[in-house]
Design a protein around this ligand. Structure first.
Ligand code: PRP
Length: 180
């Protein structure tokens, strides 16, 4: 793949991803016990993880998609999110599981979860494939987490730099020279 020349090193390999997705699916199966869940893919970064995950869980699911962006510019995070694409399913009384690619400052998810709680779901949980605890600005943790990672610029498996590299089948660290 031409774009792989920009990868400094592989952080999470294809086989590690596949193994961890299966383990997460088992954790979720155990938790939901066959109840139906609305799985919400947070666009765009979570698309690849979402598509692997939905094929690994055993409980019945509904798919839905949301695209949001955090307002919090500058040094003060406002805790607001802008909804670019909203859910199509009514989540009232339902189990909702948000599927994210990465939990970084936590600003986006903190605000989104507050917003979705107002729609009266039965339950709302968060699954993130990657977690960067060193960057957290909000008191939020994922209920299901693939990997804790160091504070490095990661790409692939859905994650981008300037909309590129999402197609790579593993998580890589981007070479500094590409973004500096
Ligand atoms: C990324 C990621 C989360 C958010 C995490 O989305 O998918 O939604 O940033 O950051 P935070 O914890 O600091 O709020 P991004 O805005 O890059 O959009 P994308 O998924 O379309 O790439």
């Amino acid at each position: 793949m031409i774009i792989e020349k920009d990868v400094d090193r592989i952080l999470v390999s294809k086989s590690e991803i596949a193994k961890r997705v299966k383990e997460l699916a088992l954790e979720m199966d155990e938790f939901y016990q066959g109840e139906e869940v609305v799985l919400v893919c947070i666009l765009k970064g979570a698309v690849t993880f979402f598509s692997d995950l939905v094929r690994s869980v055993s409980f019945p699911v509904q798919f839905d998609f949301m695209c949001v962006s955090s307002y919090g510019s500058g040094s003060v995070s406002t805790g607001d999110v802008q909804i670019k694409k909203d859910l199509s399913v009514d989540i009232s009384g339902k189990n909702v599981l948000l599927v994210e690619d990465i939990l970084d400052t936590g600003n986006t998810m903190m605000a989104l979860i507050e917003l979705l709680k107002e729609r009266n779901p039965k339950d709302i949980k968060l699954c993130t494939f990657l977690n960067k605890p060193a960057r957290r600005e909000q008191p939020i943790e994922a209920d299901f987490c693939g990997f804790d990672i160091p504070d490095e610029f990661v790409i692939g498996y859905g994650l981008d730099y300037d909309e590129r590299y999402r197609q790579m089948p593993y998580i890589g660290v981007l070479k500094r020279e590409v973004y500096e």
